[in-house]
Write a protein that binds this ligand. Structure first.
Ligand code: UDP
Length: 334
């Protein structure tokens, strides 16, 4: 397949470039380096089957030649980044998604949206199944990301139902691994860098809030499996223009076209993560409590029954093993 990855020089995007090239596909990587980094794809430059375009996906989008799939991964993705780039975050989720969908339609390409567990907001249900509609504050500082991704999901489903486009939506929960930026502000990278530098680990609030962390290799495998899964014929036939207007009467299906949670269901408190990072790095850094960011979700854990049934995917890499690999990566660069 020839696959366009927007945000291909980002943390997840660059791992996807690697995985798809390793499976023999052709990759067109697009990034404007707002939060992506040239060094994430430097090892791929000049490789056969790989090309790079520096471009903002929100602008009129043209790619020469055929495309079999488009993976829309462009977006600031850490709370610190989307607070720093609120308008770019809204634009890439809204305008960028529209442009990427339009290109997919023009090329007859399959489309996969990188969505997020943030669509569930500060969830009142734990773990979160795909059927949960979420608890999002649209005007909160993090609303720029949550609402952009919710709009992106709505737009993707509209292209699927109205235009019959073959679309997929991955709701990606917290993940970590090599190529996160040392200063991107996310908890795992922050704690590892702080521990390695002997600085205090900054725990926001009392650290009792929970997250569930998936190692990047597991996640990449899940995303590729979702992209490659056979389209659900009955759904594709049903969701034509008439289907969109008449709406579906049946309950949410186990279709590959409806959103799919991808993440590791092992749930830990932020304090537990801090303890684990201290132990694995052998650091004697202290803990420093800082104010909890506005609307920071109190709990988060994916319900992964759907992806298990649909794609036979589940994470296999133990958190400790993933953390060790990530610590090695940061040890070499900080
Ligand atoms: N967090 C923290 N210290 C940090 C960075 C984050 O305690 O230095 C907390 C943050 O408040 C949240 C959790 O860790 O409760 C995960 O934050 P992250 O930014 O990694 O992602 P989120 O899940 O909030 O999008």
């Amino acid at each position: 397949m020839r696959i366009l990855i927007t945000g291909g020089a980002g943390f997840l995007g660059s791992h996807l470039c690697d995985a798809l090239l390793a499976s023999g596909h052709h990759v067109v990587c697009m990034d404007n380096f707002i939060t992506g980094r040239p060094e994430n794809v430097a090892h791929l430059m000049g490789r056969e089957r790989f090309s790079f375009v520096k471009y903002n996906v929100c602008d009129y989008l043209h790619v020469d030649g055929p495309l079999d799939a488009i993976m829309h991964f462009a977006s600031p993705a850490s709370p610190q980044d989307y607070l720093e780039f609120p308008i770019a975050t809204l634009k890439v989720g809204a305008l960028g998604t529209h442009k990427a969908l339009g290109l997919a339609k023009a090329k007859g390409a399959r489309f996969l949206l990188a969505s997020t567990s943030e669509v569930y907001g500060d969830p009142l249900v734990n773990p979160q199944p795909e059927s949960y509609w979420g608890n999002v504050n649209p005007i909160s500082p993090r609303g720029v990301y949550d609402e952009a991704k919710r709009f992106a999901e709505a737009m993707t489903m509209a292209y699927h139902r109205y235009h019959g486009l073959d679309t997929r939506i991955a709701r990606i929960f917290n993940c970590f691994g090599p190529r996160m930026r040392p200063n991107d502000g996310r908890v795992v990278s922050n704690f590892i860098v702080q521990a390695l530098q002997g600085k205090p680990l900054t725990v926001f609030g009392d650290g009792s809030q929970t997250r569930s962390f998936c190692y990047v290799d597991d996640l990449t495998r899940g995303i590729v499996a979702l992209l490659m899964a056979e389209a659900d014929r009955s759904v594709t036939e049903r969701t034509n223009r008439a289907g969109f207007l008449s709406q579906r009467a049946e309950p949410p299906s186990e279709s590959v076209h409806d959103p799919v949670n991808l993440g590791n269901p092992r749930e830990l408190t932020v304090m537990e993560i801090a303890g684990m990072v201290l132990k694995l790095t052998g650091s004697n850094s202290s803990i420093q409590h800082q104010p909890l960011p506005v609307d920071d979700p109190k709990v988060r854990r994916p319900d992964i029954r759907k992806v298990k049934a649909l794609l036979h995917w589940e994470p296999t890499i133990e958190l400790e093993d993933g953390l060790k690999k990530t610590i090695e990566y940061f040890r070499a660069i900080v």
